[in-house]
Design a protein around this ligand. Structure first.
Ligand SMILES: Nc1nc2c(c(=O)[nH]1)N[C@H]1C(S)=C(S)[C@@H](COP(=O)(O)O)O[C@H]1N2
Ligand SMILES: [Mo]
Length: 384
């Protein structure tokens, strides 16, 4: 069977005029997604040359919400873009001289890298937002590495295409100057119609997911997986039974251990409740894209640290009752430990913390990725 040739694709819709217009929005989405992704990666980095700030408290909620929303919007945009340029996949390499042949091969290879990386990013990101991990590699490492590759290939692609892009964007969408010679078939759908449908599809994708972080959109967000469910209106990411902590978390033998060098204190939950309580309204902002705000009440972490004479600025390690899993142990950087809003929460919305939200007590700090808001805290250690 003969492979198709670009001449087999006659639709006028598959044109640089369409591809460039969709490409602009795709670049905007990828740009925002890349920058907000860097923020998220940095926030989870245990060794930060410059500490991630604790304010604004909603900062990570905003950047991660933007990350997932722009990534989702990019899905229909990428599909239309690939459809518009698909015939070019079958272009024959130029015969004869070496230089054009090498340039052709380089261009095709860079497009291959760009398309491959873009599809990987969107597919792995969507799977992650749906809490589906059908792979064995580290999502964060792979998604981060491929982000650089995608953005590098994207910058190269834009540079190579700039002359054509400038021309088609400064002319009417129906202008045919850069069209393939065979792309002349007029379809029922116009180029304007195709673009309008594309923008509509991207808007639907945004509305369908943004509700997992924007409360007003909850009702329309059919794809917002975990919006508004869970005790006190806050979704549960990992339940106590999934973490295997039900018995230890509800046991009367439970004690919170607090250690600074060889100074050690231990507290029952009642002893923590007897300490001065503070209430803070802070969001849980999951890397998977959902977020929800709650009124948390508990003991200020700084007050606890003062009891064992921890110096200001010291990092603190929080260890969960959970016996295995990547979020069992997290490090709370000194600036977070010292922030007055950082709590060891005992209640949420005026009710004792639900078992699934981290009973007997959980960490909650401002502007911190959800994965680091350790639940079922067993031990707090000052790093010396
Ligand atoms: N011990 C422990 N703490 C944890 C987790 C976990 O798996 N184990 N998941 C984290 C993640 S990914 C998120 S988003 C938040 C969710 O908190 P919630 O379930 O109370 O909403 O808890 C964090 N704390
Ligand atoms: Mo999360």
């Amino acid at each position: 069977m003969k492979p198709p040739s670009p001449a087999d694709f006659g639709s006028r819709l598959r044109s640089p005029a369409v591809a460039a217009r969709v490409g602009v929005w795709l670049a905007v989405c990828f740009g925002i997604c890349f920058l907000t992704g860097l923020v998220s990666h940095y926030a989870q980095n245990p060794d930060q040359p410059v500490s991630f700030p604790t304010s604004p408290a909603w900062g990570y909620r905003l950047t991660q919400g933007l990350h997932v929303t722009t990534g989702t919007a990019a899905v229909p945009l990428l599909l239309v873009k690939l459809w518009a340029v698909y015939p070019r996949l079958f272009e024959r390499p130029p015969v004869g001289r070496l230089r054009p042949l090498v340039l052709h091969a380089l261009e095709k290879a860079s497009i291959g890298v760009l398309v491959g990386a873009a599809i990987f990013q969107l597919a792995s990101g969507l799977a992650n937002a749906a809490q589906w991990y059908p792979w064995t590699f580290s999502f964060r490492t792979a998604h981060y590495a491929l982000a650089w590759i995608a953005v590098g290939a994207l910058v190269l692609h834009i540079a190579v295409k700039l002359p054509v892009v400038r021309h088609v964007l400064s002319h009417d969408v129906d202008n045919a100057d850069h069209d393939r010679a065979t792309a002349t078939e007029v379809e029922a759908l116009s180029r304007r119609g195709l673009l309008r449908s594309t923008w509509a599809a991207a808007a639907v994708a945004v509305l369908a997911t943004a509700g997992s972080t924007v409360p007003l959109l909850r009702r329309v967000s059919v794809l917002g997986v975990r919006s508004g469910e869970g005790p006190a209106g806050i979704p549960v990411n990992k339940s106590a039974s999934a973490a295997g902590v039900t018995a230890t978390a509800t046991s009367s033998a439970y004690r919170l251990e607090l250690a600074h060098g060889d100074r050690e204190l231990s507290f029952t939950r009642d002893a923590l409740l007897a300490m001065e309580q503070a209430t803070e309204v802070l969001p849980i902002a999951c890397v998977e894209g959902w977020s929800a705000s709650g009124a948390w009440t508990g003991v200020r972490v700084r007050d606890l640290l003062d009891l064992v004479g921890a110096p200001r600025g010291a990092d603190v390690v929080t260890i969960s009752l959970q016996e295995s899993g990547p979020f069992r142990v997290t490090t709370l950087p000194g600036n977070f430990a010292d922030d007055d809003r950082t709590l060891l929460a005992l209640s949420l919305a005026g009710e004792p913390l639900a078992l699934d939200h981290g009973y007997p007590c959980r960490l909650i700090a401002p502007n911190r990725p959800g994965v680091l808001q350790t639940k079922w805290v067993r031990r707090i250690e000052v790093v010396v």
